[in-house]
Design a protein around this ligand. Sequence first.
Ligand SMILES: N[C@H](CCC[C@H](N)C(=O)O)C(=O)O
Length: 261
Amino acid sequence: MSYPFLKGHGTENDFVVLPDPDGTVHGDLPAERVRALCDRRSGIGGDGVLRAVREDDGWFMDYRNADGSVSEMCGNGVRVFARYLHEREGEAFPMRIRTRDGVKVLDRTGDEYTADMGTPEVFGETEVSVMGRSWPAVHVSMGNPHAVAFVDNLAAPGPLLEPPEHDDAIYPEGVNVEFVVRRGEHHVAMRVHERGSGETRSCGTGACAVAVATALADDAPRGTTYRVDVPGGTLHVVWTEDDRVLMTGPAVLVAEGTTDL
Ligand SMILES: N[C@H](CCC[C@H](N)C(=O)O)C(=O)O
């Protein structure tokens, strides 16, 4: 059975979008189908899948990581999802998108999309390790779990072919690990090893976690905008005075077609 898909990315964190308005095309979306779609040789290729299911009062973004695992939220993905809903489903901005981490509000200015990512949770310090080297890290939740480690240079963690070691007691469901360097005032750069996808070119929720951890380290006033450079581009993040995190960045729809994967 063939079905429609689109391919999109946000700062080169890339996704397969699956229109499924009444939820009957993919049912509960089996993990093996997600893995097949995300395979970069035998499939379409992607860091994850965004299934679009229409609900009574809007749309649900059913996000899955490339390994088929479920995550609560995807920051780059929700911008791509919003562009798809605007350009293919006629939804207007600002729009509300339901995710497993609640409803997110998306708006657009020109070619930039802004997601209200909600309120961060900061739990304190933990530790991550790669090939015998350890760094302190800040435990931040953006609806999904993150560990933010400041390093001297982005090459320090090495090739990041495996998940960094972490405290399973703190992260029983795994963790997205960000490595961060300073680039200037309110300007950082990061690499990320994503739970369920490996090292990616960008992580939206990760950029938000990084901005929150950096603002705390800087004791920066709320409302300070951070520039976060990722390997796939640049995101801007602000932790507002009313304790919400707004993330702004691009969203690109690359292609569309049908598949029977
Ligand atoms: N791998 C993440 C989900 C995708 C996050 C990332 N792609 C983003 O843009 O936020 C997790 O398992 O929590």
